[in-house]
Design a protein around this ligand. Structure first.
Ligand code: FAD
Length: 442
């Protein structure tokens, strides 16, 4: 393992190439056009700076493991990112001593999840009775959450987060993964690592290159994602709306509404064929609160198609390689739990592996323990998502006369059931607690 006093990671110019070591982009951002390639050795290389990757990077960096996180985008500011931070994630933040600062970021608290079915309002979950430090879901743009983790992670000399750096190839020899080749601008980075963790999401190229076996579950829906301006203070307290063959979620982002309009799988062209005005009229009729600014949607370019997919790997690890988060199990938006599940995976991974980086790194048996720990929560959550997608949402968008199902009407009447749904949504199945330590600087 190579080390420097400052960041604990050293890059070597590739033999035979011009130029010296590539600079640490997170520290200088300097470019040396002569060093077109560089080599680097770390203990753990995390591919992808989403919730799973940033949390894992933070935890391993905190534990003193020399870790690099590669994120292909220059920043976290992309329009689509799941925006819900659940009580389980805030519990983790509290265990890390980060909660007070985290809650200073702008966010909206939602303790009761309500759905409007035609004209009938149904309370789906009440988080206010949970046994957790935060008894609500915090709606916060995910880029704020990721920037926060990235900023807090800068205190750890073992952690190096590289933006604009895309993993393009897994380095494999026999059955073992030993590193990653990444591209940063016009430069190539050869990273040798005892462990590569794929956190590159549902379209993971690393899991594809590692030929990990996938169990496709599929989803009958897609989502149209768009935003509509919001006068300050305007709200109607509604989260989900079901009406005359339509289903929509409206997320309050303070100055605008982030809208998620559900359509049948592959139906976007049919929606477009009916025309933009017809689409806007249906949306505004369904959610009158959007009417004043519905013309913010000026063209189909303002409406993004988000493809919903549910799958999971049947094997999460190979020697030197592990998948977590959506790379191991792509989650549907149902319940808004994917971000939190990704964070929980990261916590479990750090708990199980932080002390396994001596010698040549975690063994396959040790990596398999992450899957053993996390597979049950993933299966259970995906089973609930599939049931809600098929029995509720898909039926709601196919049936103009859709009434709230009996089960939801019972939940609406019985507060203890609203507590139960809140537990499943807010804390999830088998919540994780931080056990990986903070290594004190020497
Ligand atoms: C329509 C829709 C709405 C959703 N809404 C919510 C919601 O409101 N709340 C919620 O909790 N969940 C939601 N989800 C699920 C949620 O988005 C995911 O479960 C969650 O983002 C998974 O986190 P992750 O870190 O595993 O992956 P991701 O969030 O996908 O992050 C992967 C990261 O890897 C980077 N990356 C990819 N390839 C490379 C590469 N080769 N090199 C370097 N970097 C790379 C990407 O840029 C990205 O930053 C939704 C899903 C869908 C489809």
């Amino acid at each position: 393992m190579s080390e420097t006093g400052q960041i604990g990671i050293v890059e070597h110019a590739k033999p035979g190439l011009h130029g010296g070591p590539m600079s640490n982009s997170s520290q200088t951002g300097a470019t040396d056009s002569r060093s077109a390639q560089a080599r680097l050795t770390v203990q753990c290389c995390v591919v992808g700076g989403g919730p799973a990757g940033m949390m894992l990077g933070y935890l391993l960096g905190r534990a003193g493991i020399k870790t690099i996180v590669l994120e292909k985008h220059a920043d976290f500011f992309r329009d689509f990112r799941g925006d819900t931070v659940h009580p389980s994630t805030m519990q983790v933040m509290q265990e890390l001593g980060l909660l007070d600062d985290f809650l200073k970021l702008p966010h909206q608290n939602v303790a009761q999840l309500e759905g409007l079915f035609g004209t009938t309002s149904i309370r789906l979950a009440d988080l206010s009775t949970l046994d957790a430090p935060c008894r609500y879901i915090a709606f916060m743009p995910q880029w704020d959450f990721l920037n926060f983790l990235s900023g807090k992670g800068k205190q750890f000399s073992s952690l190096d987060v590289r933006m604009s750096t895309e993993a393009v190839e897994l380095v494999q020899g026999g059955d073992r993964v030993s590193g990653v080749v990444a591209r940063s601008g016009d430069r190539m980075l050869h990273i040798e690592a005892s462990l590569v963790v794929a956190c590159d999401g549902r379209h993971s190229i690393t899991r594809e290159q590692a030929e990990m076996p996938i169990h496709e579950i599929g989803a009958p829906i897609d989502v149209l994602w768009f935003r509509v301006g919001k006068p300050t203070g305007a709200t109607d307290g509604m989260f989900a709306r079901v009406q005359a063959g339509q289903f929509m979620i409206t997320l309050d982002r303070d100055t605008y509404w982030q809208c998620a309009y559900v359509i049948g799988k592959g139906q976007f062209d049919a929606v477009k064929a009916r025309g933009l005005d017809a689409f806007k009229a249906r949306v505004a009729q369904m959610a009158p609160i959007l009417k004043p600014h519905i013309d913010d949607v000026k063209g189909w370019d303002d409406v993004r198609l988000l493809s919903v997919q549910i799958d999971r790997l049947t094997r999460w690890a190979r020697p030197g390689f592990l998948c977590i988060g959506d790379a191991a199990h792509a989650m549907s938006p149902v319940g808004g739990v994917g971000v939190n599940l990704a964070v929980q995976d990261a916590v479990a991974t750090a708990n199980l592996l932080y002390d396994k980086f001596g010698g040549s790194g975690p063994t396959l048996a040790e990596l398999d323990r992450v899957q053993e720990r996390r597979m049950f929560p993933v299966r259970a959550t995906q089973a609930i998502q599939v049931a809600v997608q098929n029995k509720l949402i898909n039926r709601a968008i196919s049936d103009a006369q859709f009434d709230p199902p009996l089960a939801l009407r019972i939940v609406n009447k019985l507060p203890f059931l609203q507590h139960l749904t809140a537990r499943v949504i807010g804390l999830g199945v088998r919540p994780e607690h931080v056990q990986s330590p903070e290594s004190k600087p020497v």
